[in-house]
Design a protein around this ligand. Structure first.
Ligand code: IMP
Length: 427
């Protein structure tokens, strides 16, 4: 039985939470492998509506073991709040683990994120202000503090002491901000340590055992490929890799164990934060889709930027993830549109190109070349069989397949778990 990575194919918010919630029924383990609480996975299921930032979307099934992998940066306060909210609504968290190798988000990370964004002024990246960039930067700079280190009070004291001394110099001398109190941070994190202890674990052995026993393991991505620091719209990107390859690095599962890579795409495009978005709609069509779909950020509440489906970008994100299939979400949002545009190429400085440029400034100059398709003008939200979708909706999906060079496995036409159509099984 397979290991399946589910990753975002656009700029995040594609509906990965819903897809994982749906697939997790047949899984034994769900592992979040990247990002931090900058992510916001909305899940609507028989338990109600949930907005998860850190806890994997497999948490709604008592038989599923959920792991926050080493590739995630964990803010203990956010984790504990989310856990308490789930428990209050009757959901168990006994099967929820955090890799002892996961780096922690510390109070200075959030401060730094805010101060850095402020210093960028008009060139701000539009981060989620959750401290995620500084936390990943510290991991690379070997200044990070990992979840496992909370278990040893003396070692933690020493480590925090040396890191905080450096951070306070940065805060006061570069940003002219107030320093943080060592005692306060130490006490706060020792308080977290007590509450986190039952969850912190060496998780790679458990995952290897599960893979050997042919259990179904879902690797849950966060953000989207176009926010990847290598393949996304750098520097307008996040700071950990949302790609399938990081599903291995961020969980400790080797690439030879991964059987399927499912790319999750909206039937149109959205983006939050700054950076190029070639198909962005600045007109009333964009406003109409935003309002109809409720496209406001789960983490920050910001209005999302809206655009037509960008097949040039989708083909590129299919390639760099090695997708074996796709899930297309929010098809029902397009039910009322008489005509639809799909971007099939870009016009860059007078030339037609069919690739996704690496340079954000070049991408900013790209004008979309559209192919127009007819809308189906039929409610699809109650459809459960692919063949029962209106012909024009199937034509739209099949044109996406042709342009992306990748099959569609799942189609979502509504937020609820049952509003999912299987075109071809994921595995
Ligand atoms: P950061 O990850 O908070 O540093 O933000 C960097 C960029 O990624 C900003 O444009 C954010 O809006 C964007 N971003 C981060 N997480 C998400 C997400 O889960 N969905 C959509 N955009 C995100």
């Amino acid at each position: 039985m397979p290991v399946i990575a589910a990753v975002g194919g656009q700029w995040g918010d594609e509906g990965k939470g819903k897809v994982i919630d749906q697939l997790a029924e047949a899984a034994q383990l769900v592992v979040r492998f990247s990002g931090g609480d900058n992510a916001g996975h909305t899940v609507i299921n028989p338990h109600g509506e949930f907005k998860l930032h850190l806890i994997p979307a497999g948490i709604f099934y008592p038989h599923v073991v959920c792991v926050i992998g080493n590739g995630v940066v964990v803010n203990p306060a956010v984790f504990l709040k989310e856990k308490a909210q789930l428990e209050k609504r009757g959901l168990g968290t006994g099967n929820l683990f955090i890799s002892d190798r996961a780096n922690l988000v510390m109070p200075y990370h959030r401060l730094q994120d805010n101060l850095e964004e402020k210093a960028r002024g008009g060139k701000a990246l539009g981060t989620t202000h959750r401290g995620i960039g500084p936390a990943f930067a510290d991991k690379a700079a070997r200044l990070g503090i990992r979840a496992g280190e909370l278990m040893d009070k003396d070692a933690f004291r020493e480590r925090l002491g040396s890191v905080l001394e450096y951070k306070n110099r940065l805060l006061t001398k570069v940003y002219e901000a107030e320093p943080l109190s060592f005692d306060e941070v130490f006490e706060q994190y020792m308080g977290y340590a007590e509450l986190l202890t039952p969850h912190i674990k060496e998780t790679t052995a458990m995952l290897e055992m599960a893979a050997r026993e042919d259990k179904v393991i879902l690797l849950e991505g966060a953000q989207g490929t176009l926010l990847d620091p290598d393949f996304g719209t750098y520097p307008f990107c996040s700071s950990s890799s949302p790609l399938a390859a990081n599903g291995c690095l961020g969980s400790g599962i080797g690439p030879t164990d991964v059987d399927c890579v499912l790319g999750v795409y909206k039937a149109y495009c959205t983006r939050v934060g700054a950076g190029p978005m070639p198909t962005e709609l600045h007109d009333e069509t964009g406003d109409f889709i935003r309002n109809r779909a409720g496209e406001f950020g789960t983490t920050t509440g910001r209005p999302r930027r809206i655009g037509w489906f960008d097949a040039v970008a989708a083909r590129f994100t299919r390639r760099v993830n090695g997708l074996t299939g796709t899930a297309i979400t929010r098809l029902d949002i397009l039910d009322v549109m008489p005509r639809l545009n799909v971007c099939v190429a870009y016009r860059l400085d007078g030339k037609i190109i069919d690739y996704f440029p690496a340079d954000a400034a070049a991408l900013e100059r790209c004008q979309p070349v559209y192919e127009e398709l007819e809308g189906w003008l039929t409610d699809t939200s109650a459809v459960r069989d692919y063949e029962k979708l209106p012909l024009k909706a199937r034509k739209y999906l099949e044109r996406m397949e042709e342009l992306m060079l990748c099959p569609v496995n799942l189609v979502c036409a509504g937020p609820a778990r049952e509003q999912t159509i299987t075109k071809t099984p994921v595995w």
